[in-house]
Design a protein around this ligand. Sequence first.
Ligand SMILES: Cc1ncc(COP(=O)(O)O)c(C=O)c1O
Length: 387
Amino acid sequence: MTLFDRVINRKSTSSVKWDNLEMVYGEKDLLPMWVADMDFQPPEAVINALQHRLAHGIFGYTVIPNSTHEAIQEWEKKRHGWEIEQSWILYNHGVVPSLSLAILAFTKPGDNILVQSPVYTPFFTMTENNQRNIINCPLHLENNRFKIDFQEFEDALKNNVKLFFLCNPHNPGGRVWNREELIKIGELCKKYNVIIISDEIHGDLVAAPHKHIPIASIDESFLKHVVTCIAPTKTFNLAGLQASSMIVPNKELREKLAKVQEQQGFHTLNSFGIVGMEAAYRYGGEWLDQLLSYIHENIQYVKEVLEQKLPSIKVMVPEGGYLVWLNCRDTGYSDEEIKNRLLEIGRLALEPGTKYGLGGQGFVRMNLGCPKEIVQDGVSRLIKALS
Ligand SMILES: Cc1ncc(COP(=O)(O)O)c(C=O)c1O
């Protein structure tokens, strides 16, 4: 039995995944494999650091210490080979707030923002909530793998696009964009003077043979054009601490972001966000390596069982992250039928593919960041529902 095999009851912990089922699915008694957090405790060193901070008992206004900036620098260098300067780092309560912040800092109402569907829903909602327009350049599905058509990508950029929301690794599907693809993206965005907001929140969750490459790290000339959004929250399961950072080498862009943060009254993170972030980056490496092998086993298990028992569902094996994108088009069920059967027969809460825009039809997204016992239960429910 490993650390990750332990099933921990998360009910009544204000967990959106476990405690908000009725609100979202209209039913309570479902197995939740939807929202992208994991059912694992973070590294022990993180829990200890938080407990130590809690025991102190005073939670006044905070300042983010140099040691936290250093922990981020060391992490990026060690895990992703990227040397960043301390002055490039800004903080935020999450990557989604950073998307919105970038919209406010770099665009005006009515401006165009490029996305590649199917993609993480807030890429659309943050754009629309701020009265900006979506330009969509959908990904292509080839041999059950997402690809970018670079001619289409360039044509899309010609629509007076101001920002491109890059999702790397991509959610859903888990494509880890490779060096060649990232160079093409970077060169084209440079050519059309488009700022790249690179959401790399799943970037730590990549294991060999794949390699996460921060797009900004590829070429000196990209540094000026990229805002990289990272967080320890997905990697170490700390989403409730709401702590993230933006790496912004371009001073002009950084000042624009900082100015909007000032306007919003944002100054710092909460006591636990600071401590959790630093401890995770400092001491979480070994835990993460173990997690990655556990997730790999979960993904392989789901793939093998479905190949044997329900081959009409095709698993897109993620190159990064713990979310699997399941192609259910050959089951013959409509999206409505898939949804109803999962709820009524499977008693299983998955994310419907339609949430991710064009290209998501006929897919569901399943979260495998959980103990094997839950994965096994989830797959049997899925098979029962969609056979
Ligand atoms: C691509 C992507 N970006 C951002 C987030 C959430 O970011 P945060 O919780 O830091 O706002 C998620 C969570 O699932 C995600 O998949």
